[in-house]
Design a protein around this ligand. Structure first.
Ligand code: PHE
Length: 448
């Protein structure tokens, strides 16, 4: 337990923290999932509901998780147990942290599998693997890729190796430095791709698709999907933001930081849409293709347009960077826990956590081939992991965090820490005590 006496790591600057948190938020969720969800859930109606969920539910939970982490200065489990003890509450509040860390652990196992696909597609794009193929051939190539466990394993391993490598370098030397390098690159690539989108004939259609709501498509399911995605994209309920908050000092204004992170995250998601949909429309492809949108629909376009080689390589590089800045954040709470609760040091803790997650990831990737028949309640292992985490663990942990801040902490202290006046704090209280928890409860109940 010697490590607990060491001073806890701190972000080296506010910018470093913001970039790391944005890196966590911006991920496969923004570039792979958001566009296809928009496509499946009726375009702009989904976008508007999603934005409301981010503002009224996402921001309060994000701020709550940071606030708890900053007050606790420990891994999510110890943070929650320390704060519960200090304020005279039941030590079972530590469960909120535990569910979060476990959630991060489980999510990373399958997140890394998809990160591996992104890496594999960089190779395919660079080698011109999409060129001249028609729709059936591209779809078949994707299916064939998923059917080869050895290849999936190699890419998953490489992706995990990169993740472990960055996290092993520590909070400032790894997470912060990695995000400082990758986030600007990410922004730049996205600007180039949106720029290309503007030059295609499909840009106007893409804008209309993203921003002209068709309210008839809005139903309960879309609402739930939007809220679930708001959670996922802000990395909430997974101990991630709590862990990131634990490296924060007093000088950071949490609400202002949240505004920046949320704005950047949303901008990335919308720009991903503005990069992807023009290509889809200009080539007469289907915007509602679902999860295959970036792995089948886009390669089809890249294989048949001039400059497709470069655009394709850039796009999958973007996807990989986005995935990597998120995967390192998913590993962090697990590593922080091991560092503080076992004799392991940074590197050892990262390797142990990383390898365990890598092993679980193998079960996830086998669900696409050898183990496709292994099902629990009708779900293969990959879908099961996704289901349990996003439908249960994430809302429970997020709810726990905000309820603790809104109902279990002394409120005047919270007001001061958020640097709010009475008016602003009244709004905060309304959101954090009622709006956000009730919305999450509603979703949770609905999932049951
Ligand atoms: N926010 C990331 C994304 O949008 C995913 C993620 C979830 C990362 C939870 C960390 C924790 O892809």
């Amino acid at each position: 337990m010697a490590t607990t006496t060491l001073p806890h790591a701190q972000w080296s600057s506010r910018l470093g923290f913001i970039l790391a948190a944005t890196g966590s938020a911006v991920g496969l969720g923004n570039i792979w999932k958001f566009p296809y969800m928009v496509g499946q859930s009726g375009g702009a109606a989904f976008v508007l509901v999603y934005l409301a969920c981010i503002a009224f539910i996402g921001v309060p939970i994000l701020v709550s998780e940071w606030l708890l982490g900053r007050r606790g200065q420990k891994n999510p489990i110890n943070t929650m147990s320390t704060l519960a003890r200090k304020h005279g509450h039941h030590r079972n509040w530590a469960l909120v942290g535990a569910i979060g860390v476990l959630g991060a652990f489980l999510i990373l196992s399958f997140y890394s599998v998809i990160g591996g696909w992104a890496l594999a597609y960089i190779r395919d794009a660079v080698l011109g693997g999409f060129s001249g193929l028609d729709k059936a051939a591209i779809g078949a190539a994707f299916d064939a890729f998923l059917a080869r466990p050895g290849e999936l394993l190699a890419w998953h391993s490489l992706f995990m190796l990169l993740t472990i490598g960055v996290v092993a370098l520590g909070v400032t030397g790894g997470l912060e430095r990695g995000s400082k390098l990758m986030m600007p690159a990410l922004g730049l690539i996205l600007i180039v791709l949106v720029g290309y989108g503007i030059t295609t004939g499909g840009f106007g259609e893409a804008v209309a698709y993203l921003f002209n709501p068709d309210w008839t498509k809005l139903d309960g399911k879309v609402l739930l999907a939007a809220l679930g995605h708001a959670f996922f994209t802000l990395s909430l309920g997974m101990g991630v933001m709590m862990a990131y908050g634990s490296y924060l000092g007093e000088e950071v204004n949490l609400l202002r930081a949240a505004r920046t992170v949320v704005l950047l995250d949303t901008t990335f998601a919308l720009c991903a849409g503005l990069a992807i949909f023009p290509i889809v429309f200009a080539n007469g492809l289907d915007p509602a293709a679902g999860p295959g949108l970036v792995f089948v629909t886009l390669p089809l376009a890249f294989g048949n347009i001039s400059g497709g080689l470069v655009l394709g390589a850039l796009f999958f590089l973007l996807l990989t960077f986005a995935a990597l800045t998120s995967s390192i954040s998913l590993l962090e709470p697990v590593v922080e826990l091991l560092e503080e609760r076992t004799p392991l040091k940074r590197v050892g803790a990262t390797v142990v956590a990383g390898l365990t997650i890598w092993a679980l990831g193998i079960a996830a990737l086998l669900s696409f081939n050898l183990w496709s028949d292994v099902k629990f309640a009708g779900l293969n292992i990959f879908d099961l992991l996704d289901y349990i985490t996003s439908k249960f663990m994430l809302p429970v942990a997020g709810l726990g965090a905000i309820v603790f801040v809104a109902w279990k902490l002394e409120q005047e202290g919270v007001r001061k820490e958020l640097r709010l006046g009475t008016g602003g704090f009244a709004v905060w209280k309304l959101l954090s005590r009622y709006v956000a928890p009730i919305a999450v409860l509603f979703v949770f109940w609905h999932n049951l």
